[in-house]
Design a protein around this ligand. Structure first.
Ligand code: DGL
Length: 277
């Protein structure tokens, strides 16, 4: 294999605080089937949502160092909180491209809204950062953005309580405010939230478009790889072990969860000590 091809066959790195980023990995697997993924879930330190910018930056730098050691050709920050707090700073420190999920989500919502009223739900950190509002206003200064932090959604998703009555109750409380605001588009601004999509849909009703930034992120990744000449031409099909999964704790429960939502079964999840990076 010549060096150009070898470069293209390197995997794409992806990370989140836990299982949430799997919703992005799922879209990349579906839409960029030739790409191999190295995924890291920071299961020992989840949740990220209520932590400071400083801490998220430190965690993200450690994970990026680990992913670089895995020889990835690009990195997708499959976490809104890390996209909001760490992406801009870290991308300038790297010699490989890096994208996040916030910009693609903002773009899709701007295209979807008809009445110019967009809701954003996310972690405390993501909502406080105001980054969705910033990106949306750049594209559509006329749009009203209403943000709401829903911190308990992350543990509910991590626990697999995707349709539990407790989740329905919490969704009713969190989303009541947004329902009153007459939004017609709602961004699921945390990569864990698409896992709760059916409950959110039930509470918000059919007339509200739910935006999952994961799909648009996969499209942005495709464009980025094409632009930089890094897209894989190989067709690995269902070759075993082509995607690799790492976590900072509890690999077995992560693997079980991953196998319940990914289009391919993963055989092995490896635990690593991320504090060493
Ligand atoms: N899934 C992440 C996000 O998109 C982080 C959730 C958390 O760890 O609080 O923000």
């Amino acid at each position: 294999m010549d060096s150009v091809n070898k470069n293209r066959e390197r995997p794409v790195g992806m990370f989140d605080s836990g299982v949430g980023g799997l919703t992005v990995a799922r879209e990349v697997m579906r839409n960029l089937p030739n790409e191999n993924i190295v995924y890291f879930g920071d299961t020992a330190r989840v949740p990220y949502g209520g932590k400071s910018k400083e801490t998220i930056l430190r965690y993200s730098r450690q994970i990026v160092r680990f992913l670089q050691q895995q020889d990835v050709k690009a990195i997708v920050v499959a976490c809104n909180t890390a996209s909001a707090f760490a992406l801009e700073e870290i991308r300038h420190e790297l010699d490989i491209p890096m994208i996040g999920v916030v910009k693609p989500g903002a773009k899709t919502a701007c295209e979807a809204t008809r009445n110019g009223r967009i809701g954003v739900i996310g972690t405390k950190g993501t909502i406080a950062s105001g980054l969705y509002t910033e990106f949306i206003r750049k594209l559509r200064p006329d749009v009203q953005v209403i943000g709401k932090a829903c911190p308990l959604f992350v543990p509910l998703a991590e626990e697999g309580m995707l349709k539990d009555p407790v989740t329905v109750e919490m969704a009713g409380r969190y989303l009541a405010e947004l329902k009153e605001q007459d939004i017609d588009t709602l961004i699921l601004g945390c990569t864990h939230y698409p896992l709760l999509r059916s409950v959110i849909r039930e509470v918000m009703g059919e007339h509200v478009t739910l935006v999952n930034p994961a799909y648009e992120t996969a499209c942005s990744l495709r464009k980025l790889l094409e632009k930089t000449g890094l897209q894989s031409d190989a067709n690995p099909g269902l070759q075993k072990g082509r995607h690799r999964f790492f976590v900072s704790d509890a690999p077995e429960s992560f693997r079980e969860f991953a196998n319940s939502i990914l289009p391919v079964d993963i055989e092995h999840t490896q635990r690593i000590n991320i504090e060493e990076f």
